[in-house]
Ligand binder design. Structure first.
Ligand SMILES: NC(=O)c1ccc[n+]([C@@H]2O[C@H](COP(=O)([O-])OP(=O)(O)OC[C@H]3O[C@@H](n4cnc5c(N)ncnc54)[C@H](OP(=O)(O)O)[C@@H]3O)[C@@H](O)[C@H]2O)c1
Length: 236
């Protein structure tokens, strides 16, 4: 059995999911509500894409020259008994972590085999764990399988950004979709929705069944859906 995967996002009423240029009080309240509702899921691990993790890591670069010899492309676990793991989908090894925790969770980098040896040496030096998701592309099903087998993660929360959330849904790995709808229309046509899937990779819509709709303070609404088992015939 694969782990249970919940995808948790927040957006404006029109689905747009970037909060820059929103009023400070709304942005702050939305962030707090997002974290509070995320905690309700009691995940063993939360997963974010490289762009979102760079915002969390706050590191600009990592030291070069640490690798004195080629480093084998084998998974490396610096910690196996963390209360929670922060899983970073970072195919090219770009996130410059300063320490091995993110928001109190132990960091696990998900890489491809083409990353520089120096990056692996750097992660080892600060005791960040890493796993290989594929040779040149990341196979998300393989990643959650390794996390389950090696670290015992049975409940995973995908927390964006939109491209990683879209990739998990498109791969058919998500059991539940959770969205916090915030009381504003954003309207910026070039801003992403909560789930972004490149057209060349898109397979089909994910059909959902509503499981709860809870009004939240200050006009937000928390919607939770199960991903339907039903296969719908595509509309011509
Ligand atoms: N509204 C919300 O709930 C919410 C939640 C979280 C974050 N955010 C916001 O979302 C923004 C970032 O979103 P984003 O969509 O641009 O970035 P993202 O999803 O955080 O990261 C995207 C990057 O992750 C890597 N990646 C994603 N899917 C992959 C796959 N299937 N295989 C291999 N690598 C994959 C790629 O890295 P490379 O480019 O290095 O190849 C890709 O560019 C931030 O501003 C953040 O604040 C919003």
């Amino acid at each position: 059995m694969k782990p249970y995967v919940i995808c948790h996002m927040m957006s404006a009423l029109d689905g747009r999911s970037l909060t820059d240029n929103w009023d400070r009080p709304l942005k702050k309240a939305a962030g707090e509500l997002y974290e509070k509702t995320a905690k309700d899921f009691k995940g063993d691990a939360w997963i974010c894409g490289r762009v979102t993790m760079q915002e969390i890591a706050h590191g600009d670069d990592y030291p070069k020259g640490l690798a004195k010899a080629p480093i084998p492309r084998t998974d490396h676990f610096a910690v196996r008994d963390a209360d929670q793991y922060a899983v970073s989908i970072d195919p090219h090894g770009k996130v410059a972590w300063k320490k091995n925790t993110a928001l109190d969770s132990h960091v696990v980098e998900v890489l491809t085999e083409g990353v520089p040896d120096d990056y692996l040496a750097y992660l080892q030096s600060i005791q960040v764990s890493y796993i290989f998701g594929g040779k040149s592309e990341i196979d998300l099903a393989h990643v959650i399988d390794v996390l389950q087998r090696e670290l015992g993660t049975e409940r995973l929360i995908v927390e964006g950004g939109p491209h990683v959330s879209g990739a998990f849904v498109n791969a058919g790995l998500v059991d539940e979709v959770s969205v916090l709808i915030l009381p504003l229309v954003d309207g910026r046509s070039d801003h992403p929705g909560s789930f972004e899937i490149p057209m060349q990779a898109w397979k089909k819509p994910a059909y959902l069944t509503l499981s709860s709709a809870e009004p939240q303070p200050d006009g937000a609404v928390w919607l939770r859906y199960r991903v339907s088992e039903t296969q719908h015939a595509p509309v011509p």
